[in-house]
Design a protein around this ligand. Sequence first.
Ligand SMILES: Nc1nc2c(ncn2[C@@H]2O[C@H](COP(=O)(O)OP(=O)(O)O)[C@@H](O)[C@H]2O)c(=O)[nH]1
Ligand SMILES: [Mg+2]
Length: 400
Amino acid sequence: MAEVARQAEEQRRAAQAAQKEITARQQEEVRKSQEQARREAAAEEKQRAAEAEAAAEQKQREAEAAKDAAAQAAPTPPEPLKTTLTPVAPDLASDLSDAASTPADKPGLLGRLMGRAAPKTVVRRVLDDDMLEQLEELLIAADMGVDTALRVTANMAEGRFGKKLSVAEIKALMADEIARIMDPVARPLPLYPKTPQVVLVVGVNGSGKTTTIGKLASQFKAAGKSVVIAAGDTFRAAAVEQLQVWGERAGVPVLTAAQGSDPASLAFDAMTQAEAEGADLLLIDTAGRLQNRSDLMEELAKIVRVIRKKDESAPHNTLLVLDATTGQNALNQVKVFQDISDVSGLVMTKLDGTAKGGVLVALADKFGLPIHAIGVGEQIDDLSPFDPQEFADALVGYER
Ligand SMILES: Nc1nc2c(ncn2[C@@H]2O[C@H](COP(=O)(O)OP(=O)(O)O)[C@@H](O)[C@H]2O)c(=O)[nH]1
Ligand SMILES: [Mg+2]
């Protein structure tokens, strides 16, 4: 019996020990699984943090890329005219009271007119015939032409003859008179509801037609217009390539034809494509070989005839592109192109750094044709609206 009891007791103990062991194992497992859960939670947390960090980085990268793109897309405004256009005479631009001018400097026109003065002293001189004559010479030297120069000085003298004026007053007066002549012709390229609006671009070789078309296409595109370009100067292969480069820069399709092929048939195809695409504008480049005037006239007339088969009212603008550095010659070019085409407006290029900007005043005075824009450099954004006061101030070297 005792043996049985002892065995039972042993069994009970063994069972108890086994139970203890099981419990310990279970506890160990619980502990382990809790540990595992903690580890997983920590890993998950780490993962989330890493993801958040990556997202933030990505966001920053995107913001930076957007900023870069915006910086690239935003047209850098062209240099102000007052820093790029050469004033009527450098002497007019430099203030007499400027202490920086050294005695070695040539006194310059106004220096001679007014006499040398102690720094900071405002010199005044009487506006008399002598002074008016010298101002005229200055304007003629800037390619304003005799008639227009006389008109400007006569207007300056009106009501002021015999009065004493300072350099600043003379500059302001001259700038105002010039701006008054330019005001009526300063008009942007008109846009019509009829599409495609056909803009025929004419002018002598090298005047800046192709460059201006590239700049215009870029500006219209930026303004949300759809544009098609026709490379109508089929005479020179290089001209077509140049236009293709501009088209790529502006993001505008350029229609081309083989060198020497008929520009009129290209214009017709371009018109067909512009209509099919629902384009807002069709810009047609042309050759500018004035050496053979009747050929050029025939070529332009044929382009016009052909596009009128599609739209009787086309071309809606005939833009004459003139090079400011050709000075008075630009006046002859207007006459010639008015003879052989229906010039509706002007673009004056290369006003950056020319001393012949005065020709624009003569053009406004003599022809009264709208001046739509001015070219102030070779880059895509170097086409500015024409602002008469800014132009006049820059021409005279007047700081407002
Ligand atoms: N500085 C300056 N150069 C210009 C301007 N417009 C055009 N040009 C340059 O004048 C040259 C002739 O221009 P281009 O467009 O080929 O004239 P096109 O023969 O009439 O088509 C090129 O070297 C142009 O870069 C301008 O406004 N300023
Ligand atoms: Mg060209």
